[in-house]
Design a protein around this ligand. Structure first.
Ligand SMILES: NC(=O)c1ccc[n+]([C@@H]2O[C@H](COP(=O)([O-])OP(=O)(O)OC[C@H]3O[C@@H](n4cnc5c(N)ncnc54)[C@H](O)[C@@H]3O)[C@@H](O)[C@H]2O)c1
Length: 257
């Protein structure tokens, strides 16, 4: 049953990297709050179980494959939002990540370029392409996913190219926020701490987890729902006076680093 009185009722949302843990949980939250969804990942086939779940719960959900480092893929994606949903008012950019840890001097140029493209260029391309639709709607919410890694070097767990790109997401989002405020559009960054997604679970050793938790006042890693709840708030009317902010969602770890 579609929720017609939810906090996102009547809104149409694009969520990128939707096969990933934070994005999947965000899609569930958005659907519960009444949003219609355009979900995208490199291979949209990977989204089938999530789409079944959301559609069974009554949510309007469409999917599209896209490599978001590629401008024409992004433009096709936004055109899909216009065609299938009639527009888009919310963008959540979850696509991102890095392949492996390396110290700065070990980062090869190709890996540098790829990581900056995946974490920063994708945000630039998606924001640029979606803003005209938000302007047309006279309302918009851009929620870009940064990282604790982009907030402090002393978090000390991520490679320099990834951290640099995520720091770039925060300042890029501020520039966007400044330019689009007059059109009823806000733009904010969320900087999660280590979040217990399947990907993180696959690489995190018990020792590493113990170290992270010891440096986190709240005393645990984030669950995807901890991040998705904040994204949902930023996507709603309730956040209308917040723009250009980076919200640190890390259980207090940043203040101890
Ligand atoms: N999980 C964490 O601990 C954590 C912490 C801080 C920030 N983040 C950030 O949050 C976001 C989501 O994290 P997650 O752990 O849920 O990620 P995840 O790795 O589970 O999902 C990322 C998704 O992005 C997709 N993707 C990769 N390259 C793409 C491309 N070129 N075009 C389109 N899609 C592409 C992947 O297929 C994947 O499904 C990422 O940006 C990540 O950097 C995660």
């Amino acid at each position: 049953m579609v929720n017609t009185v939810g906090r996102l009722s009547g809104r149409r949302a694009l969520i990128t990297g939707a096969a990933g843990g934070i994005a999947q949980e965000t899609a569930r939250h958005f659907a519960r709050e009444g949003a219609q969804l355009l979900l995208t990942d490199l291979d949209a086939a990977a989204l089938a179980p999530l789409v079944d779940e959301l559609q069974s719960a009554g949510a309007v959900t469409v999917t599209a494959s896209a490599d978001l480092t590629n401008r024409s893929d992004v433009e096709d994606l936004i055109a899909c939002g216009e065609k299938e949903l009639g527009g888009l008012e919310i963008l959540v950019t979850c696509a991102g990540g890095y392949t492996s840890y390396a110290n700065f001097e070990e980062i090869e140029e190709e890996d540098w370029d790829g990581t900056i493209e995946l974490n920063l260029k994708t945000v630039y391309l998606c924001c640029k392409a979606v803003i005209p639709l938000m302007k047309r709607a006279g309302w918009g919410r851009i929620i870009n996913i940064g990282s604790l890694a982009g907030r402090s070097t002393s978090a000390g767990t991520s490679p320099a190219h990834y951290a640099t790109a995520k720091a770039g997401v925060s300042i890029l989002t501020q520039y966007i926020a400044k330019d689009v405020a007059e059109f009823g559009i806000t733009a904010n960054t969320i900087a999660p701490g280590t979040t217990s997604t399947d990907r993180v679970r696959r690489v995190l050793t018990p020792d590493r987890e113990t170290q992270f938790v010891a440096r986190t006042p709240v005393g645990r890693l984030a669950e995807p729902k901890d991040i998705a709840g904040v994204i949902t708030f930023l996507g709603s009317n309730e956040s209308s006076y917040i723009t250009g902010a980076t919200l640190d969602v890390n259980g207090g770890r940043l203040m101890l680093t």
